[in-house]
Each structure stands twice: as C-alpha cells, then as structure tokens.
Design a protein around this ligand. Structure first.
Ligand SMILES: [Zn+2]
Length: 550
C-alpha cells in the first residue's frame, strides 16, 4: 500500500479545489478513452507497419493535442495555480501535471505548423541524405563499419568526414528551427525553448547544472586515466602515436560508444537459452510477475513489424505490453529485461492513485528502472546462476565485464555532458559560433581533439537536436538513478556489505521495495521527492561514480 493517506485523494476543501476537482473529472472523462484509442492504434501500427495505420495514429494524436491547446482551459488552470488556493497535495500535483501538459500545447497554431513542418523537412533530409567518399555513396552502416574495423587512418578519416557531411546540409535549418522554438517559448513567457522544456518536464536548470557539474568533477581523473589506456590500444591498432589520435580513431562518429577493444562475446552463453523464459523466471523470483504483461505482448520478428523494442501502457488499468523482436543473444536479453522494467513500473502503480498521476513520475525514472534491470544481462553473478555457468566461465566474464562496464558508463557520461551543455547554450544563443562551441565542449568533456582549423557544423549531424529536443540529459539521469537505487537496495534493503556476487535472483525484497517506494506512488510526488522518499537522498551522481569508478 501507498504510504500516503488515502484521505488525501481528491477531496476538496474550498471553492477553488471543488472547481478544480470538477474540471479534472470532466477532463479525464474526455481524455481517458482518447488516450486508450491512441495507445491501441500505435500498437496496431507498430505491429502492422501499414502507412494507413500510422496515419490513424497521427490523426488521433492530433485530436488529443487539440484538447490540450484549449486556451480557456489553460487560463482556468493558470488561475488555479496562481491563486495558491489549491492546497490539497494530491490535487495540487494533478494541477501541476495538467498545467504542464496544457502549457506545452499553447504554442500558436500557425507558429506550431512552421515548427512541425521545418522539423519534418530536416528529418526527411536526414533520412534521404547520402554521404559520399570519393564521390561514391556510403550508408551510415558502412561508415560505422569502417570506424569499427579499418586500421588505415586515412580511410578512417574519410569515413568520419563522410559521417559529418549531413551536418552542413541541415545546420541552417536546425538553427532556424531553434529560433522558431525560442519564439514560441518567449510568447509563453520563457527565456528560450530549453528553459520551457525543462519547466514542463518539472526540471530545474540550476539543479541539472549542479548534477552535471558534480559528475564532471567526479569523473575527470578516472575518465582521463581510462582514456589514456584506451588511446594506447587504439593508437597501436592503427600504427600511430597516441599524440596523433584524432576523432576518427574512435569507433563511432561521436565517440559515444565503447570501442570494441575489451569486449567479450557474451552471445555464446545465451544462444541455446530462451531469453523470454529467463526474464519471466527472474521477474517472478523477485515478486514482480510478468506473465500477464507477456500475454498481451508481441515478442518475435515479423514482416513489416517495428524492428526495435518499446513498452506501452494502454489504459493505466493494467493493460501493459511490450514489443520486441527477440533472438537468443545478450543484447535481446538486455532488451527484454529493460522493457519489462518499464512494464512492471506501469503495471504496479497503485490503482487508487488518481488517473492523471497513475504513470511514472518522469521519463528518466522509468528509464532508470529499465536500465537497472537491463544491466543484469552482463552481470557475471546473474549470468552464472541464470545460465548455469561454471566458475571458470564466470571468471572469464568477470575479467572483462567490469572493465567494459566502467568504460561504457564513463564514455557515455562524458558524451552526455557535451549534449546537455551544448544544447543549453544552443537555445540560449543560436547566433553564436556554434561550430567552435561544439568542439570546445568535446575537447573539455570527451578529451577528443578538434581537427586543425576545422570549422564545420559537426554538431548538426546529431539528429537528436531535431527529433528529441532538450531530452538527451534524461538518459544520464536515468543511469544516475539506477545506480542510486542499486546502492540503496544493496546496503539498506538487502543489508549487504558490497554488491559483489549480488545477482538479485530470488530477492523478493527487491520487488517489494520497488513496488512500495517507486511504482505504486506513480506521479504523486515530484520526482526528486520520490527519490528522497525511496533512498533518503535527492538525485546525486555519487553512487553512479561509486559503482563505475574503481
Ligand atoms: Zn527504455
């Protein structure tokens, strides 16, 4: 049961609260069936791949958006917020959630149309643009393949440069898009689109700055040390000096992934197993059964079906589904554990929590739970017990996996800092010298050298600025929270000295803790309040650092 009193739910004590209560009831009556319809239609489209099914999703989504763009409703909510008369905590939370949903939909229709059209144009440019090497067209996959395997520095350089060509093609449009988004944000009373986005996501720039600054400080030395080791290997592989290493010597266009130098092929351990069965057994063992979720899910490849994976809560009444394209290998083991992490969060909300709050409190908190479970597919103790490995096999995995995990997490953390800081400054002043700004950040955070006299919009080759603006930092916050929960559960719930040998298998206390402290509350508390209630502290990077910096 939820620790907050049921008496808090939905009882109004003054005229304003009564009025709001009525508004909410009418609102839910309207949007609940619409949201379910969108959920079902999206599910249908992802499974069929038919253009007409996707058209239906767009149409239904637009209908929902229309509800939230109503200016009179927004004025009512704004007034309810400003009078300060809504004091009931749960009612006030619903007001916050509603207000934010309306706020982001208040952009004038004409301006919105310009923003959507330009975004679509850029996205289309991204998908149709073909990079060239010596006049010959190359695909993104071919570029990545060269960066992963080629040992000739000249060829690597060509591939890297080819990967950046799209940047020059779209940069002007992206800057224009940023300006349009800023114009919309200013009309709503915000400095720029970045601050508007953070506000509607209940995030505070100062708080995020503090977290990222701390993460930067805490990872500086260990990252530099790990990277020195890595650089030596990369330089050797290409027969160059460490001092000659350039951005194209890393194994992907942005150095956001771990170069495959320490990796061990874990697929062999999974190929004769059934990842669905393993996941089902594991979740049952921690007291979070997933059978009913899997029964509604679609797990295997099919012609036309979305090739990726996602989780969706259709009705907030228990119809939670995941879509996967399972194969028995390590990466799909991680993915099904990950998606089921999202799913149990959705499934195990307390149904007494009001509809508007019956969802994860933040995109990054549900991401954290998904990451928490996804990490297990490479955990030696978990693998040994679930897959019945010998001590020798486990030792072999252990030798590589912890070093790999450190490298992976640190490389990602330093890359995410670039994205967060650059995007913040991009919106604060889109007229500045963005090409130099980008390389200053890359040099500072990733310790990767700017090629001499390079002055191209290399930042613009990252599609996220267009399709998922002001979002990238949430991946990092998810990792931080996953580690904070892991630390708390290890020490305080399971009362262990360290996480060595911890596989979580059969630990029902884990499921109990997550249900009671994270899942059931939904969005009843602000995310940082929820984290404090669950772990005793607000979100902090120190446990991430403790887990991955050895
Ligand atoms: Zn996820």
């Amino acid at each position: 049961m939820l620790t907050i009193s049921v008496a808090l739910f939905g009882c109004a004590n003054n005229a304003k609260e009564t009025e709001l209560d009525k508004f909410i009831t009418a609102h839910i009556e309207k949007v609940k069936p619409m949201a379910k319809e969108v959920g079902l239609a999206s599910w249908e489209a992802a499974n069929s791949g038919k253009p007409e099914d996707y058209d239906k999703v767009s149409e239904l989504t637009l209908n929902v958006r229309r509800v939230y763009s109503n200016p009179q409703d927004f004025a009512f909510l704004k007034d309810a917020k400003e009078t300060g008369q809504v004091r009931n905590a749960v009612l006030a939370r619903q007001l916050d959630v509603l207000y934010n949903s309306y706020l982001e939909s208040q952009i004038e229709p004409q301006l919105l149309k310009k923003i959507v059209d330009l975004g679509t144009k850029i996205e289309k440019n991204f998908s149709t643009f073909r990079s060239t090497i010596d006049g010959k067209k190359v695909t993104d996959n071919e570029i990545k393949e060269i960066l992963k395997t080629e040992t000739d520095s000249g060829k690597r350089k060509q591939a890297w440069l080819a990967g950046k060509q799209v940047g020059a093609e779209v940069a002007d449009d992206i800057i224009q898009l940023v300006k349009l988004r800023n114009e919309a944000a200013k009309k709503l009373g915000f400095d720029n689109y970045h601050t508007l986005s953070l506000a509607t996501a209940e995030q505070d720039v100062k708080e995020l700055d503090r977290i990222f600054e701390q993460l930067y400080e805490l990872t500086n030395e260990p990252y530099a040390k790990l990277k020195t080791e890595l650089d030596r290997i990369l330089a050797d592989n290409c027969g160059v000096l460490v001092t000659e290493l350039m951005p194209w010597h890393y194994h992907d266009p942005f150095f956001q992934e771990t170069p495959m130098v320490y990796d061990l092929d874990l697929n062999v351990y999974y190929e004769d197993k059934d990842v669905k069965e393993l996941a089902t057994r594991f979740y049952a063992g921690i007291g979070l059964p997933v059978e009913s979720i899997l029964a509604n899910s679609d797990l295997y490849e099919r012609e036309g079906k979305n090739p990726h994976a996602f989780c969706t809560d259709i009705d907030r009444e228990g119809d939670v589904r995941i879509l996967c394209n399972l194969k028995n290998n390590e990466s799909w083991m991680e993915t099904i554990l990950h998606e089921l992490g999202h799913a149990v969060y959705d499934k195990y909300h307390d149904r007494q929590v009001p509809f508007l709050l019956r969802r994860p409190v933040h995109v990054f908190t549900t991401e954290a739970i998904a990451m928490f479970f996804g990490r297990l597919s490479r955990n030696p103790a978990w693998m040994q017990q679930m897959l019945g490995l010998t001590d020798r096999q486990r030792a072999e995995i252990e030798r590589v996996s912890s070093r790999y995990a450190q490298l992976k997490q640190l490389i990602f953390a330093r890359w995410d800092m670039v994205m967060y800081n650059f995007e913040k400054q991009l919106y604060a002043n889109p007229g500045q010298d963005l090409n130099s700004l980008w390389w200053r950040m890359v040099e500072k955070c990733q310790l990767v050298k700017r090629p001499q006299s390079r002055n191209e919009p290399d930042w613009a080759a990252k599609i996220h600025f267009t399709i998922a603006p002001c979002y990238y930092h949430n991946y990092m916050l998810g990792e931080l929270l996953a580690s904070q929960l892991h630390n708390h559960i290890t020490g305080k719930i399971l009362k262990l000295e360290s996480d060595e040998n911890l596989s979580y298998i059969g630990r029902r206390e884990l499921g109990g803790f997550l249900r009671e402290k994270v899942f059931e509350a939904g969005a009843v508390y602000h995310w940082n309040e929820m984290i404090k209630r669950a772990t005793g502290e607000h979100l902090t990077p120190k446990y991430f650092v403790g887990q991955f910096v050895k």
